[in-house]
Design a protein around this ligand. Structure first.
Ligand code: COS
Length: 380
């Protein structure tokens, strides 16, 4: 087991207790019905989990990033859909508001999001710009004291239910990534509509939508940072977000391992529990080792972030390794369950479907490798 302080062990235990009582029993139904877990989000908010790193004076729980990762890990172990909903509110919405917002923006936008009265989302990707985030086309033209936004965004997690959008636009397409600007947009602003709702493989309890902007007027006072700061705001935010997704991946992998252990210690073939067949023992040893290695990378990235040290490389490493581990562990879990694993009865097929997205969103595994390699080249 990876060593944690007494405080962090208590935070994990509190998360575990809440998840076992409130989240795990509803997870299969949330997945099957593709239903946003509204009541669960309210319960998590009452524990401060919707604004984990935000100081209490702004409505948050004032905890460190390692605590945040432990909470996301536990929540995702119970329900990966709930895990990403909480993660997007914390690390992709509140974090940029807190880091880059001016005082009046912080006072206005943060408390309702941190208390779970409102939900947030992060809108960077477009039909033609996912990994190549500097090529976004959604354009904002300044007209006096507001911007006029036109364009289409997609793959927005929490898109259907969110009240506040951290939106990335270009204010000067000729400047590529240096023309990207970040705006805070409220749901209900005229000219802003939620488009197609994606029908997904996994994390089906969370919504993923398209956003359409047609002559949508956004006040200049809603700009986060200066014009052209948007790309760096997005990258900085994703460094923290990727830690959240690594934690989600670890939670999914731990759930798949626990379910498989339980099954293998009950199921018998050839006169003994399958857990005592060497082929299965080898799988369990590798599953547990890869999960602990993921946690080691994850907690190290958190500790660097909490210490104010650079952590871009470590965030990419933990996301890459934890996501690929979750996918691999979930695949082994189905194999251990045999035919039962391929049905919905034991829940490991949900782990398998949920794990896949962790290799894609907030930067694909290929993007994480680009980030890691670029840091290696800089260090020579
Ligand atoms: N923090 C702050 N600034 C950063 C940064 C980071 N982590 N990473 C890069 N930057 C800055 C660089 O310093 C550079 O600044 P200058 O223009 O002043 O030199 C600028 O951003 C451009 O950096 P770079 O040249 O590395 O950018 P690329 O266009 O090559 O993009 C990748 C690099 C592919 C890594 C980036 O576009 C990326 O992460 N894409 C994936 C986006 C993503 O995760 N999408 C999912 C959205 S959420 S579902």
């Amino acid at each position: 087991m990876i060593q944690l302080s007494e405080d962090h062990r208590m935070i994990r235990a509190a998360g575990q207790e809440l998840v076992e009582k409130e989240i795990t029993p509803r997870a299969a139904e949330t997945d099957k019905k593709h239903e946003f877990p509204k009541g669960v989000i309210q319960t998590l908010a009452s524990q401060g989990f919707m604004g984990v790193n935000i100081p209490p004076e702004l409505g948050g729980a004032g905890m460190d990033y390692l605590s945040y990762a432990l909470i996301i890990e536990e929540v995702s172990k119970g329900c990966a859909s709930t895990g990403v909903i909480v993660s997007v509110n914390n690390s992709l919405t509140l974090s940029p508001l807190f880091t880059f917002g001016n005082e009046s923006q912080k006072q206005k936008w943060i408390p309702p999001l941190a208390k779970g009265e409102k939900l947030g989302c992060f809108s960077l990707s477009e039909p033609g710009a996912g990994s190549d985030a500097g090529s976004i086309k959604c354009e904002a033209k300044r007209e006096g004291d507001h911007y006029v936004v036109n364009g289409v965004k997609n793959w927005v997690t929490n898109g259907k239910e969110s009240d506040v959008v951290i939106l990335f636009v270009t204010t000067d397409p000729s400047k590529k990534h240096k023309g990207v600007t970040c705006l805070i947009v409220e749901k209900g602003t005229p000219g802003f509509t939620v488009g197609k709702l994606e029908d997904k493989l996994g994390i089906t309890g969370s919504s993923t939508t398209e956003f359409v902007f047609e002559n949508c007027k956004v006040p200049v006072e809603n700009r986060l940072g200066e014009e052209g700061d948007g790309f760096k705001i997005a990258m900085h935010t994703l460094d923290g977000g990727r830690i959240g997704i690594a934690a989600q991946a670890v939670g999914i992998a731990r759930d798949a391992l626990d379910k498989s252990l339980k099954y293998a210690l009950e199921r018998e073939t050839m006169g003994k529990k399958i857990a005592h067949h060497q082929g299965i023992q080898f799988k369990f040893a590798d599953m547990a080792t890869r999960i602990e290695a993921s946690q080691a990378l994850l907690y190290n990235a958190c500790r660097l972030k909490d210490a104010g040290e650079p952590y871009t490389r470590e965030s990419a490493m933990c996301k890459l390794f934890a996501a690929e581990t979750a996918m691999w562990v979930a695949t082994q879990a189905i194999q251990i369950h045999g035919g039962y694993g391929y049905t919905r009865e034991f829940g490991v097929e949900r782990n398998f479907r949920d794990a896949k997205i962790t290799e894609i969103y907030e930067g694909t595994s290929e993007v994480q490798r680009i980030v890691i390699a670029s840091h290696l080249y800089k260090s020579v």
